[in-house]
Design a binder for this molecule. Structure first.
Ligand SMILES: Cc1cc2nc3c(=O)[nH]c(=O)nc-3n(C[C@H](O)[C@H](O)[C@H](O)COP(=O)(O)O)c2cc1C
Length: 189
């Protein structure tokens, strides 16, 4: 099983990356291979709405560092997206990637039953960490992206959330969150 793991935090010792790596390590123990991408160290543009991917090209035509990421995600069985919550959403590094996944949609996606160019039945894990302790804050983020990623054929999607995490690797001592990450790994791999 192949995993594409996107680490969106700019921090070296990020809470979201800590959880993502823990999940991928559990998966590795079961034979899965992970390609990690530190999004913050890559140079890429947001979607340019050029529609080239709907009018002739099967892929995004922008030639920047995200081209390899988009290919790896398309090849992988599992996509793991790990992001801090910034202003009530995923951070800009991850949102830039998500907008470029527009290229995974077929030209007539709006009306097509099968909207996706990707091989079906992929799995997705989303890791979100936030400063707010209250888990009802920002609970809307995952369902919004879950809706769109179901278009791409991610039939199984799991969320791992860490709340009340302010400093780097605060999560390392949060037993409940670590257990949630382990359960997600168990469920997906
Ligand atoms: C620019 C910025 C915006 C943030 N916005 C929010 C927010 O809207 N809600 C929240 O709970 N925490 C917010 N935080 C705190 C982070 O989400 C939190 O510290 C998170 O655990 C960091 O994850 P990381 O260690 O993986 O980078 C913000 C932090 C920064 C730097």
């Amino acid at each position: 099983m192949k995993i594409a793991c996107l680490l969106a935090s700019p921090r070296k010792k990020a809470n979201s990356s800590f959880l993502a790596r823990r999940i991928c390590e559990k998966a590795a123990a079961k034979g899965a291979e992970t390609k990690y991408f530190q999004l913050n160290s890559l140079k890429y543009a947001g979607c340019q709405a050029c529609m080239a991917c709907k009018t002739g090209s099967e892929k995004c035509v922008i030639q920047d560092d995200l081209a390899d990421v988009l290919d790896a995600v398309a090849e992988a069985d599992v996509l793991l997206m790990a992001s801090p919550v910034y202003f009530g959403d995923v951070n800009a590094q991850l949102k830039g990637f998500i907008d470029r996944t527009f290229s995974y949609l077929v030209p007539d996606f709006y009306f097509a039953d099968n909207k996706s160019r990707l091989v079906p039945d992929k799995k997705l894990i989303m890791v979100l960490t936030q400063g707010h302790e209250d888990s009802s804050s920002f609970a809307d983020i995952f369902p919004r992206y879950e809706f769109f990623f179901s278009w791409y054929g991610y039939t199984k999607q799991v969320l791992v959330r860490g709340t009340g995490l302010l400093d780097e690797e605060d999560v390392a001592v949060k037993k409940e969150v670590l257990a949630e990450a382990d359960r997600a790994a168990e469920e997906i791999f």
